[in-house]
Design a protein around this ligand. Structure first.
Ligand SMILES: NC(=O)c1ccc[n+]([C@@H]2O[C@H](COP(=O)([O-])OP(=O)(O)OC[C@H]3O[C@@H](n4cnc5c(N)ncnc54)[C@H](O)[C@@H]3O)[C@@H](O)[C@H]2O)c1
Length: 360
């Protein structure tokens, strides 16, 4: 089979879909290798593994050929049952369970990738920022433990508000003397997954081939899909562009309202986080064409020290933060409108980490 420039035939270990599909035919993308790199030992932790996201995410990681050990942590003792349940799946991944802060060391020692979905989800009427007061402290505590027990691990933060929890994590890691911006990523993959799905449905395209970069942050108007850069190339009317952008920005709320108080997106989030983890693990193994959008330390947009854009994943995590490409007038205006909000949420996270509330 002939490959076009940048095309990869890599089949995802968990979905069968091609991963890194967003690299298809993008200028400058190198030709993908077609051989699977030898699988190296990879210990991956999920912190918050007993939760709505944590459980299906752990299942998907138990099915992932890049993972050798899966360490599950939660404050809820249910995590022991989750691990027992998963351990009956006849895949070679070794599963362990760890409950409470006293078991964080045993969980995190030797981990190369830590995925963090710990914290409370939204209820109808709440914004992601409303979760700050509870989740900020949870993320701070967990990242402090990561700095201590696996200072070289790549951390992927799912806990909301991502626009603030990632800056919190960076400050914690800086204070511990082990901050490496290549190894701290806010997971915004769900915004890309949603954008790809909605655009494919609206335009009658093959779901597996569509890629829409989503930039900015992960809350409300800070989520900015670059519809003008959709692959394959498609055109949108002004009305379509406006409606699709709003739907992608509000998709989380669609799920929160449909679940009517019982939580937010869990299954699609687990799917998205598993895709992000797999791309990261393949990048760590030397696979050259792993690209994902993620919320990372960035100088792509002046004045915004963190920003989501497409990044290339390599052996140490983020190998390169890509620029934004050409934005159309609609996207430029949306970008201007979102920046004050994004910067305020970043600053809120930094201020919290620098001056955390005293523990009683
Ligand atoms: N980044 C995204 O795109 C995205 C999408 C959906 C949800 N989220 C966020 O993910 C988080 C989790 O959502 P969920 O639906 O799984 O919630 P959930 O309440 O179902 O699960 C959260 C889990 O975290 C655990 N937990 C709480 N405090 C902890 C601590 N200190 N250490 C370890 N574990 C702890 C809980 O016991 C629970 O098992 C929420 O903050 C939610 O807003 C992010």
């Amino acid at each position: 089979m002939q490959l076009s420039a940048g095309q990869t035939t890599r089949a995802s270990a968990f979905t069968g879909q091609r991963v890194g599909v967003h690299a298809v035919a993008r200028p400058g993308a190198a030709k993908a290798r077609r051989t699977m790199p030898a699988v190296e030992a990879k210990r991956v932790a999920v912190l918050g593994a007993a939760g709505g996201i944590g459980q299906p995410l752990s299942l998907l990681l138990k099915m992932n050929k890049c993972v050798t050990e899966l360490a599950l942590f939660d404050v809820a003792p249910l995590v022991k049952g989750v691990a027992a349940d998963l351990s009956h799946c006849n895949t070679p991944v070794q599963v362990s369970a760890h409950v409470g802060d006293a078991e964080l060391e045993a969980c995190l020692k030797g981990c190369e990738l830590v995925v963090i979905p710990a914290g409370v989800p939204r209820k109808p009427g709440m914004t992601r920022d409303d979760l700050f007061n509870i989740n900020a402290g949870i993320v701070m505590n967990l990242v402090t433990a990561c700095a201590k027990y696996c200072p070289n691990a790549i951390l992927e933060i799912i806990s909301n508000p991502v626009n603030s929890t990632v800056p919190i994590a960076s400050e914690v890691l800086k204070a511990a003397g082990c901050y490496d911006p290549r190894k701290l990523l806010g997971v915004t993959t769900l915004d890309v997954v949603r954008a790809n799905t909605f655009v494919a449905q609206a335009k009658g395209l093959d779901l597996k081939e569509v890629d829409v970069p989503v930039i900015g942050g992960h809350a409300g108007i800070t989520i900015l899909p670059l519809l003008s850069q959709t692959v394959p190339s498609v055109t949108f009317s002004d009305a379509e562009r406006k409606a699709l952008t709003s739907r992608i920005q509000d998709a989380g709320t669609e799920v929160v309202e449909a679940k009517a108080g019982a939580g937010s997106a869990t299954l699609s989030m687990a799917y998205a986080a598993a895709r992000m983890a797999e791309s990261t693990l393949l990048g760590m193994q030397g696979e050259p064409n792993m690209f994902e959008c993620a919320f990372v330390q960035s100088d792509v947009v002046p004045g915004s020290p963190f920003f989501a854009s497409r990044v290339q994943l390599g052996p140490e995590g983020v190998a390169k933060v890509n620029g934004l490409g050409q934005l159309n007038e609609f996207e430029k205006a949306a970008m201007e409108a979102m920046l004050p909000e994004l910067k305020a949420q970043i600053e809120k996270g930094i201020a919290f980490a620098k001056n955390p509330p005293k523990k009683e």
